[in-house]
Write a protein that binds this ligand. Sequence first.
Ligand SMILES: [Zn+2]
Length: 241
Amino acid sequence: MTEKIIDAIVLKSQDFKDNDKIVYLFSPAEGKFSAVLKGVKKASAKLKFAGEPFCFAEFTCVKRGDMATITNAYQKESFFELRNDITAFYAGVSALEIVSAFAQEGVADPALFVCLVKSLSLMVQGVNPKTVLAHFALCVLDNFGQKPCFETCAECGAKVKESVFCFDVGGVLCQNCQNDFAMPLDEGVRRVLVNLSAFSREQLATYKMSNVLADKTLHFLNDLFEKNFKKINSLAQLLQL
Ligand SMILES: [Zn+2]
């Protein structure tokens, strides 16, 4: 039996047995892991908050064999306010789901953790959640060496303007290199992707884009995740609001 104190954020949770929950967490030092939170569905449960997505806490975990149990939690910050706005909520849950899809179990990834926490903070502060989510998605792809280049042709390296995107190649293609599988990429969306790729998170508060363009950009990223990585269900839901 080993006890560990771990900073982590709750990505999701699911009911387990009568009164328990399995909590899926992401920690800068431990990567993705799950733990049981016992008795949390009882009305008197003190650690209810620790089983809720968006909770960022210092968790005390006790490991017996393969199973970890949360025995205590001290809340450091929460992003529960995102629940007050449906767009911000789905954008926040999409960010959690993207981390769930990309983070590895037991692999430390402090950069991804900082990116997640700071992006959720920006959403809580009222920065356009769709802009923050698009920037976050590009940061995650970059973190895993999977971010397409939106400025130069993935085949020949030529600068592109009016372009097509090929999911098989994983990048934009120029007129000369385009193939039968490439799809047109809206020039407005391509510019947003180029801009967001170059921006720091701090610059997002002053970046203006129309809701239509934000939705088109998220539609593209939704397709990219679904075709090349993993479908992000909350992102698809966000686009249906
Ligand atoms: Zn080319």
